[in-house]
Design a protein around this ligand. Structure first.
Ligand SMILES: C[S@@+](CC[C@H](N)C(=O)[O-])C[C@H]1O[C@@H](n2cnc3c(N)ncnc32)[C@H](O)[C@@H]1O
Length: 278
């Protein structure tokens, strides 16, 4: 039984790095007219009201998107354009989840596939996207859904794997699924989001991926506190397979600046590295 609901956490510091990278990848894919497929294995509901009782319970967005100002981040103009497109004014009432971010970029020729297992969240996801002709929501296991969709006909695709990791086997399953999908569709762009709660667990995930033989893997991680077993999630990151070539330089500039904003000028905590070369 799944209990995690992203509505309690939307817009927090972990969403920032995930969605900023996602925007960069979608922007890259839309530079060519050729169609592509977007596969979101763990979708959530797609759009979050930051004034809802769930959001107001933990106020996590105030330590994430609430700390950023678009005027101070001109390099994130596209990310802020997406957020603004879901809001009537400059203040952020609605925060777009990954499916809404994808919806902003998808063109007539592209397709989106959204998987969500939580029954209530699936209902909300389905109703949020029922009018989008090129997006399909499925009440199905996203790991299985991914295998059925690769390789896409277009041979261009972006896969986001973003579980909540409330099921501990997810740490292994994420890596196993991506390795399996990559065998069928090696040209695809894959991104894996991960939380750093126990650094050793993340090191194991990284090691398995590095040893898989997959080439061209980068990692972007943003932290709010130094790793410690008492602090819950200290950092979170995105591992990207087949990233566009400009992404690394952009993230190398951005991550320390973001971390400084979130940590209110304390020493930045971030990782920007190549896990496996091209
Ligand atoms: C971190 S949230 C997703 C957030 C979303 N990707 C975003 O960025 O807005 C993870 C979601 O995965 C769902 N979930 C958990 N296991 C799943 C599975 N095996 N297949 C599909 N969805 C799953 C949870 O119910 C939860 O809504």
């Amino acid at each position: 039984m799944l209990s995690y609901r992203h509505s309690f956490h939307a817009g927090n510091f972990a969403d920032l790095v995930k969605h900023i990278v996602l925007v960069e990848l979608l922007q890259h894919l839309t530079q060519k007219d050729t169609a592509f497929e977007y596969i979101d294995t763990h979708s959530g509901v797609g759009l979050y009201d930051l004034q809802s009782s769930d959001s107001q319970k933990l106020h996590e967005y105030t330590e994430g998107i609430g700390k950023l100002n678009f005027e101070e981040f001109p390099e994130l103009s596209r990310y802020f354009d997406v957020i603004k497109s879901f809001n009537d004014s400059d203040s952020i009432k609605f925060y777009p989840g990954s499916p809404s971010i994808a919806q902003y970029f998808l063109r007539m020729q592209d397709r989106g596939w959204l998987f969500e297992l939580h029954p209530k969240d699936y209902e909300l996801l389905q109703s949020n996207f029922s009018r989008c002709r090129n997006i399909r929501a499925r009440h199905q296991d996203g790991f299985k859904g991914l295998m059925a969709l690769v390789p896409p006909k277009s041979r261009r695709g972006l896969v986001l794997v973003d579980p909540s990791y409330e099921i501990k086997s997810d740490y292994n399953q994420v890596i196993d699924s991506v390795i399996k999908a990559h065998k069928k569709f090696a040209q695809g762009i894959y991104c894996i989001w991960y939380p750093v709660v126990d650094r050793q667990v993340i090191l194991k995930m990284e090691k398995k991926l590095i040893q898989s033989g997959i080439k061209n893997i980068q990692r972007f991680e943003l932290g709010v506190v130094e790793d410690s077993s008492q602090s819950g999630m200290t950092s979170s990151g995105m591992i990207v397979i087949n990233p566009p070539w400009k992404l690394f330089d952009k993230m190398l500039q951005l991550l320390p600046k973001l971390s400084r904003y979130l940590r209110e000028n304390d020493q930045p905590i971030f990782k920007c590295d190549v896990l496996v070369k091209e």
